[in-house]
Design a protein around this ligand. Structure first.
Ligand code: SF4
Length: 366
């Protein structure tokens, strides 16, 4: 098993408010292998974007890391100085934000923004920067003539590709993506995702990908982390999770999306809303919405348990729980957060080999 490129341990984030700290991310552990594609899913407010920002050390007050570590290529990012972080950002890991129109500077051309990035992180000459900028634009299938365009002159898909091109300027080992396709129609979404996977195969970087779109997850990720109320509810291989979701919340997420194959099925939403993080329920945070709630759920806090090659936070899989079965509580994994196999891109949920539950987050087929 390759050495993880990223090891997150016990990472917690809180927002400081007048009423006290509000925990948004609670003791998250994860490992990411080189070239692995890990999707992080969950409803709005579950902490997935906050987790990404904490990993990238991009949180700003009132949010802040309250505990844990983010070891990237041997360095704990939480403890790096601003100058040390500046040396790592862009060159070793880069971030693609949710809305390119908001992330790009509207009064600068794409070329000028790439120039700024290169000036901040390298000593390349202007001619070298222009050459590299043209190369990365070609990488994302945009004619370099558009380097001289302003963001408003590009389509939504082209803007997002330009963001990815900027993220590729120094061929990083890790690319962190926060819902990069959420503003695109399904055709542009798929095209962009295919491009990202192709780049990943070609350049060999790892991807942390936040989304609420289960169809993208099923097609493109190697593993999936399901978050609920700031905690990891389930973490496992994409195929395993789609074929046999363990946590009732994971099941609810899958049942809330239509399949474009097989018989028409009645969609079942998850009742209720996520809890107020400032007033979390006792016991399991999902208990007020859970169809499988049991007696201990409202008082006992569930811990993450190893079930086969996955992790799940649910009393159904504890000692004697109904879901214990032959798989529950096997506890056989040496490192429960470790990625399986080599993490080779496309090893699970490849675009060429879609899962049975092929999904469309918008209800439209792609
Ligand atoms: Fe549902 Fe109980 Fe499992 Fe929580 S611990 S997800 S309430 S069954």
């Amino acid at each position: 098993m390759p050495e993880p490129i990223l090891q997150v341990r016990d990472l917690s984030v809180a927002y400081q408010t007048d009423a006290g700290p509000v925990p948004a991310v609670d003791r998250v552990d994860l490992d990411l292998a080189p070239t692995e594609f890990l999707a992080i899913v969950g409803e709005s407010g579950c902490g997935k974007s906050t987790l990404l920002f904490a990993i990238a050390q991009l949180l700003s007050p009132p949010a802040g890391v309250t505990g844990g570590s983010v070891v990237f290529k041997g360095r704990d990012m939480v403890r790096l100085t601003d100058a040390e972080l500046r040396a790592v950002r862009w060159s070793e890991f880069s971030v693609v934000m949710q809305s390119a129109m908001n992330a790009l500077n509207p009064v600068k051309s794409v070329a000028a923004q790439m120039l700024d990035v290169c000036h901040a992180h390298t000593s390349m000459s202007k001619a070298e920067i222009r050459k590299r900028s043209e190369e990365v634009m070609r990488l994302v299938s945009i004619d370099p003539v558009h380097l001289d365009s302003y963001p408003h002159q590009l389509s939504g898909g082209m803007r997002q590709r330009a963001m990815i091109a900027m993220a590729m300027l120094f061929t990083p080992d890790l690319v962190i993506m926060d819902e990069p396709t959420s503003a695109l129609d399904v055709v542009a979404q798929r095209s962009l995702m295919m491009q990202i996977k192709e780049l990943q195969r070609e350049l060999g970087f790892a991807v942390l990908f936040v989304t609420h779109d289960m169809s993208l997850v099923s097609h493109f990720s190697d593993r999936v982390m399901v978050m609920y109320a700031g905690q990891v509810a389930e973490l496992g291989g994409t195929r395993e999770l789609f074929e046999r979701p363990l946590h009732p919340y994971s099941r609810g997420l899958l049942e809330a999306f239509p399949s474009i194959r097989g018989n028409k099925e009645h969609l079942v939403g998850i009742p209720g809303s996520p809890p107020d993080l400032a007033r979390l329920p006792e016991g399991c945070r999902f208990a007020p919405r859970c169809p499988s709630v049991m007696t201990p759920c409202s008082t006992l806090v569930p811990e993450l348990l190893a079930v086969d090659d996955s992790l799940v936070r649910c009393h159904l899989y504890g000692n004697g729980g109904e879901g214990a079965g032959d798989a529950a509580g096997s506890g056989s994994r040496g490192s429960p957060t470790a990625p399986p196999g080599t993490g080779e891109p496309g090893s699970n949920g490849s675009p060429d080999e879609p899962l049975d539950r092929e999904l469309s987050g918008t209800g439209r087929s792609s």
